[in-house]
Design a protein around this ligand. Structure first.
Ligand SMILES: [Zn+2]
Ligand SMILES: [Zn+2]
Length: 256
């Protein structure tokens, strides 16, 4: 069985992505209460008791708030960088695996490559997953696409890619000036245009699935993201837009 993935929800009010191969299932980030996580996972046909581990990208609440409670309730190991572990009081974790120096590691038969990204967090890591010849990149919460990011995420079979804001909507929107600068800055979030530029540079003909994610509900719209990413979407076999409430349903990478 090749890699499968699904989302509990995507956006600044909470994130959680399931990555599965064979009988093994990982949860990347958890920005929901235990009850809400159980409810959203049930929608995708999985119970937290079936998880092999939780991986954490960084310490922002929309990715971290539910991690420790869920890990404690179900006795799950948590993988995170030392910087993320020490960035704030996470709460007691039953089993901690430190990601050291962004070295690749394996959970069951899933190979995980952590990739450093520029974001306003202590030691943020996004991930590329590989299993039985297929690869999936999760790439959200970064202000700039660096050459390092491009190198790691440029040839995935499936990609979950942030298109957080439309610069004009952000400029005219409700955020205070300091937050506007943060979100739009080099350590903030990718705009629709930055996401489109990345896809144009690396090419996306090899992509089976492109999921546009972490779309701001205040500073963006699916229509604007869709219009800016239209060229890329046309060249990808399947392009969908993740949302805060529903995330997205299971997608599978086909390998022959
Ligand atoms: Zn986030
Ligand atoms: Zn963040």
């Amino acid at each position: 069985m090749a890699l499968r993935f699904a989302s509990l929800g995507s956006g600044s009010k909470g994130n959680g992505t399931l990555v599965a191969s064979g009988d093994h299932c990982l949860l990347v980030d958890c920005g929901f209460t235990i009850k809400e996580t159980e409810r959203r996972m049930a929608r995708l046909g999985v119970s937290p008791a079936e998880l092999s581990a939780i991986l954490v990208t960084h310490e922002h609440s929309d990715h971290l708030s539910g991690v420790a409670p869920l890990a404690r309730k179900y006795g799950l190991p948590v993988y995170l960088t030392p910087g993320t572990l020490r960035a704030r009081d996470i709460g007691k974790l039953p089993r901690v695996h430190l990601i050291e120096g962004h070295q690749p590691f394996a959970v069951a038969d899933i190979q995980v490559t952590p990739v450093a990204v520029p974001h306003d967090a202590r030691e943020a890591a996004q991930f590329v997953f590989r299993s039985r010849g297929s690869s999936l990149g999760l790439l959200t919460d970064l202000g700039t696409v660096t050459p390092h990011v491009e190198e790691h995420f440029g040839d995935c079979d499936a990609l979950v890619l942030e298109a957080n804001h439309d610069p004009q909507m952000l400029a005219q929107g409700p955020y205070p000036p300091s937050l506007k600068r943060r979100v739009g800055g080099a350590y903030g979030h990718l705009s629709n245009q930055q996401a489109a530029g990345f896809l144009q540079r690396v090419g996306c003909d090899q992509l089976q699935h492109l999921v546009v994610a972490h779309i701001s509900e205040k500073n963006n719209s699916i229509e604007l993201a869709r219009a800016t990413l239209a060229d890329a979407a046309e060249r990808v076999a399947n392009c969908i837009f993740a949302c805060q409430q529903q995330g997205f349903d299971w997608l599978q990478i086909e390998k022959d």
